[in-house]
Design a protein around this ligand. Structure first.
Ligand SMILES: C[C@H](O)[C@H](O)[C@H]1CNC2=NC(N)=NC(=O)C2=N1
Length: 113
């Protein structure tokens, strides 16, 4: 792997309060290739995670909330009895930033624990 290539999970979100352009569709699709099962639509990336029961869903939601607090970058989460959908976009720029992809990779890592 080249020196300048870094896993998304090794990165930290950078504070974003606007003033930078959102990623282009091409840039977004390139980053999406580093993720498993996430889809892009309406300037958001999302993935639905399945679990055995509500307890496991809640444990996952809390783990994501903990990670998200550390990264200061927050997903929309919708919860059902055995599923949780996680969606990321960067509100401050009305589109996607690298932060969304970093957090998505970290959500996947939590799911695998
Ligand atoms: C300074 C800090 O990075 C911003 O207030 C963050 C907080 N969490 C955020 N989360 C998301 N999803 N989008 C944002 O633009 C955003 N902004």
């Amino acid at each position: 792997m080249a020196d300048n290539v870094c896993n998304l999970t090794d990165k930290q979100c950078k504070p974003c309060e606007g003033g930078v352009p959102p990623l282009s569709e091409k840039e977004s699709r390139e980053l999406l290739q580093q993720l498993d099962g996430w889809t892009l639509s309406d300037n958001r990336i999302g993935k639905t995670f399945s679990f055995k029961n509500y307890y496991q869903v809640m444990a996952f939601v809390n783990a994501v909330a903990w990670m998200t607090h550390r990264e200061d970058h927050h997903p929309d989460m919708s919860v059902g009895y055995s599923q949780c959908r996680v969606e990321y976009s960067t509100h401050a720029i009305g589109g996607l930033s690298e932060n969304d992809f970093i957090c998505a990779a970290k959500v996947d890592a939590l799911f695998k624990l």
